[in-house]
Structures are given as structure tokens and as C-alpha cells.
Ligand binder design. Structure first.
Ligand SMILES: C[S@@+](CC[C@H](N)C(=O)[O-])C[C@H]1O[C@@H](n2cnc3c(N)ncnc32)[C@H](O)[C@@H]1O
Ligand code: SF4
Length: 364
């Protein structure tokens, strides 16, 4: 009989400060994920498969994309409402021209308590080796790098553009050397594709200081090949790792997406993001803005709020902040928790899977 798995520790409840902007479920607005580009140099099969994101795909035109000044106005409005951390994402954020200057200008902002705003980034790492130092100098605090396999053949098949895994490993190394620590590495696990890479990734990053996180393959818009059978539940992944290494549970901060563990010998921190098998919305403090200027209150929401109308030169900054405040205060969604039922209903009525926003537009 298999031994019982070590259980994850529950998250502490989000602690709203007296002036925090709260939604209908009492969740404070604390984090912003700001997508800076909708294009990418990868065609990950689970995100932007070539069959859909070909040469003729209608990506946003430069005029449709927010300018640096507009992105900064949005970031400033969120910071004024209590946001302390801004994560830049995409598409691939390192493809945006002048990304270093954007980082620098956001890092110069101060939270309501007068602390520097924390700037983080999620990247596929392919351009990180040459940019890590400049990003760090500009004020980037942390970086999360996506890496789905150490096996070069599997890695190339998953990014589908022949980028070798060595280039991303160099990027991770450069980030560590530049002081962007602790680097987090995200791996989306797809059954039958890279589930055999879980243990090699664990072994590779032991003792490196990197935090390794496994993400369940989500049913977001983009990939056509999603099915429940291709999802490897976090419990199964943990079981796989626990057969090789004892694990200790670690505390999860309120609003954090992952359940955290550590190898008992202290050589590696691990996280599991279980958006499919154990969706949990109770302490979500994240707002997302896509580079077309739309505010998304949940990754699985089908409606969004247009912030562009508040970005004209004549529009006062306080109107933009008020629009964001109102949207957050009206937020009562728990889509992640509800969508398994909603998806079943849609499939039963002959419709396609539950619709969501495009991951590469909103940025994960
Ligand atoms: C959309 S990407 C944008 C940032 C950057 N291009 C990267 O890959 O890190 C952000 C995160 O979403 C994850 N992601 C994309 N599609 C996914 C899916 N279908 N299920 C789970 N995670 C997904 C990626 O692995 C990545 O960690
Ligand atoms: S996951 Fe990131 S790297 Fe992969 S296609 Fe999507 S946006 Fe690009």
C-alpha cells in the first residue's frame, strides 16, 4: 500500500489593511500582472500552438498595444490602490522593446507605505542570458522562468520553434549570477509529453537555490488538445517525487498560487499549482491587465473592463483609479472553483470547452 502523502499547509488568510480595496468576498487588491506584449517567439503546444497562432494570426497592432506611458499610468493607478507587486508578463515580455526602461520606471514607484514597488517577471528565458544583468540593474527583483523539460528533444517539441534547452538553462544561470534570486522555474506538466521530466528537473535543481514549481495543464483558450486525461494532478506529481525524496510542507502566503514543500534535506523548494484539481479562489488578490488595456479580474472570466477609455491625454488619473477601484469592489467571482461544473454543463449541451481568455494575451 502506498504511504499517505504529506499534506500541504493551508494559506494564511489575506490580511487587509484598513485602507485596502476589497472585493465582494473581502479579498484585497494586492498584485498586478501586467502583460506587455501579446506576441511570443515560442509556440508552446499548451499555449500558442502553431495550428492556431500561424503567420496570419491577428496579433495586436502597435497602435492597439498600450504604450509605455499608458502601462505606467495603469501601474501607478494600481499602486495608489494598494498594489505592492507588479509582475510583467506576456506573450514573451523580453520581446518588448525598451523593457528595461519600463522595469526601471515601475521600480521607481513607491507603495502607499513608501516602500519600493516589487517588480517581477515571467519569461520563457530564451533571451534572459543577455538581458538579466540590465534587468537587475533596472530594478527587476525576481524572475520566474518557464522550463518544461531538461531533455532537449522534448523541450524543442514543446516550444515547437527549435529553441534548445541549453539556452534557457543559460538564462536561468545568468539570472542567478545577476542576483535575481531566488529564481523560480515553472513547469507545465502534460501527461504523455513531459511527465517523465519531473524527477530529472528535481534532481537538476537540487542545491541550486532555484524554487521549482509544477503547474497543472489548464483548459485555457489557445490549445485545442486539452483534455482532463492530459492533466497530471498535483497529488500524483507529489507522489512521484515522494517515492524518491521525503517532503516537508512549507507555509503558503495569502494570495500565493502554489502549495509549497521542501525536500527534507533542504536541497530544493517545490511548489504545486493545482488550478485544475484543487482550484481555490478564496484568497486571490491578483488583477490582470492585458496589453490591449483590458482589466481581467480572473484568468477564467469571460468579461473584462476596458481601461483604455480612461487613458486619453485629457483623462484625469483619478478617473482611471476610480474605474479600477469600482471593478475590483464589484468582483465576486470564483470562476476557478466553479468552472469544472460549468465546463461539464457546456460539454453536455454540445458546446466547446468552457471559454476563457487567451493565456498569451493575459499572461498566466
Ligand atoms: C502565458 S506565459 C507568459 C510568460 C512567458 N512567455 C512564459 O512562458 O513564462 C505565463 C505562464 O503561463 C503558463 N501557461 C501557459 N499556458 C498554460 C496552460 N495551458 N496551462 C498551464 N499553464 C500555462 C506558462 O507555462 C507560463 O509559466
Ligand atoms: S507559455 Fe509563454 S513562451 Fe510559451 S507560447 Fe505561451 S507565452 Fe510563449
Amino acid at each position: 500500500m502506498q504511504a499517505a502523502l504529506v499534506q500541504a499547509l493551508p494559506a494564511s488568510a489575506p490580511e487587509p489593511t484598513a485602507s485596502a480595496v476589497l472585493d465582494q468576498l473581502g479579498r484585497p487588491l494586492r498584485d498586478l500582472r501586467l502583460s506587455v506584449i501579446d506576441q511570443c517567439n515560442f509556440r508552446c503546444t499548451y499555449c500558442m500552438p502553431k495550428s492556431r497562432f500561424g503567420r496570419d494570426y491577428p496579433f495586436l497592432t502597435p497602435a492597439q498595444r498600450l504604450s509605455d506611458d499608458e502601462l505606467l499610468r495603469i501601474a501607478r493607478a494600481f499602486v495608489g490602490l494598494g498594489v505592492e507587486k507588479v509582475r510583467l508578463t506576456g506573450g514573451e515580455p523580453l520581446l518588448r522593446k525598451g523593457i528595461e526602461s519600463l522595469v526601471e520606471r515601475i521600480a521607481a514607484m513607491r507603495t502607499r507605505e513608501g516602500k519600493p514597488v516589487e517588480v517581477a517577471m515571467t519569461t520563457n528565458g530564451s533571451l534572459l542570458a543577455r538581458k538579466a544583468r540590465a534587468l537587475r540593474d533596472a530594478g527587476l527583483g525576481r524572475v520566474t522562468v518557464s522550463l518544461d523539460s531538461l531533455d532537449d528533444g522534448i523541450f524543442r517539441a514543446m516550444n515547437d520553434v527549435e529553441v534548445p534547452v541549453g539556452r534557457v538553462l543559460e538564462g536561468i544561470e545568468a539570472a542567478r549570477a545577476a542576483g535575481l534570486a531566488p529564481v523560480k522555474v515553472n513547469c507545465v506538466v502534460e501527461r504523455g509529453t513531459n511527465d517523465g521530466q519531473v524527477l530529472p528537473l528535481v534532481e537538476h535543481f537540487r542545491g541550486s537555490g532555484v524554487t521549482l514549481r509544477f503547474i497543472e495543464y489548464m483548459d485555457v483558450e489557445g490549445p485545442s488538445g486539452w483534455s482532463q486525461g492530459r492533466v497530471v494532478p498535483s497529488e500524483e506529481l507529489r507522489g512521484m517525487i515522494e517515492r524518491a525524496h521525503a517532503l516537508l510542507p512549507l507555509a503558503r502566503r495569502a494570495g500565493e498560487t502554489a502549495s509549497n514543500f521542501m525536500l527534507a534535506d533542504g536541497s530544493l523548494k517545490l511548489g504545486f499549482i493545482s488550478s485544475v484539481s484543487q482550484p481555490f479562489c478564496g484568497d486571490c488578490t491578483r488583477a490582470r491587465v492585458s496589453v490591449d488595456g483590458r482589466l481581467h479580474l480572473c484568468l477564467f472570466a469571460t468579461r473584462s473592463v476596458d481601461l483604455r477609455q480612461h487613458l486619453g491625454a485629457a483623462c484625469p488619473q483619478q478617473d482611471l483609479a476610480q474605474a479600477i477601484r469600482q471593478a475590483w469592489q464589484a468582483r465576486g467571482d470564483r470562476y476557478s472553483e466553479l468552472r469544472n461544473g460549468l465546463r461539464a454543463q457546456r460539454l453536455a449541451s454540445g458546446k466547446h470547452q468552457y471559454p476563457t481568455v487567451r493565456m498569451s494575451l493575459v499572461g498566466g
